[in-house]
Design a protein around this ligand. Sequence first.
Ligand code: ZN
Length: 158
Amino acid sequence: MFERLRIYNFGFEYPKGSTISFGKETSRSKGHVVFRLPGEERVFVSWGQLDSISQKFGTPEAHAAHSLSKLSNAKGLREVRLITKAVANVNGHAAVLTHIAVDSAGPISKSRNREIRALHLHCEDSGRFFILNESCVTGSPVDSPRVFAKLQESFVCH
Ligand SMILES: [Zn+2]
């Protein structure tokens, strides 16, 4: 079951039963919201102004590549591997979808292997970018592909 959230003129459907927390300084032009699902699954949605990033990564492709390299350099991760990358039409924009495997196995880390699904979208109509991220433990009982597909197909940005 899914419910719709709509704020600042964007919206999407998230799994019913999620605990929702907003970033401290959330505004129309910048912010993030986190959905905690039962278990260890998380959905993060962040947004910001397009002109704040256009110099560094002006396309969703470049933006997605930047996020991947940031993740690859994060501490405590043994391996970050891109499984698939694709372009999809989301609310009229060519968005970049990535599916990433993260191996964080270590003696002090309680985390197990994770999978991350991400969507990078640049919305010229509203002057904002959006990043949707779903992170789940490999083998989680939550149907992650379905949750992410629902986010993607229901996403409205302008
Ligand atoms: Zn848009």
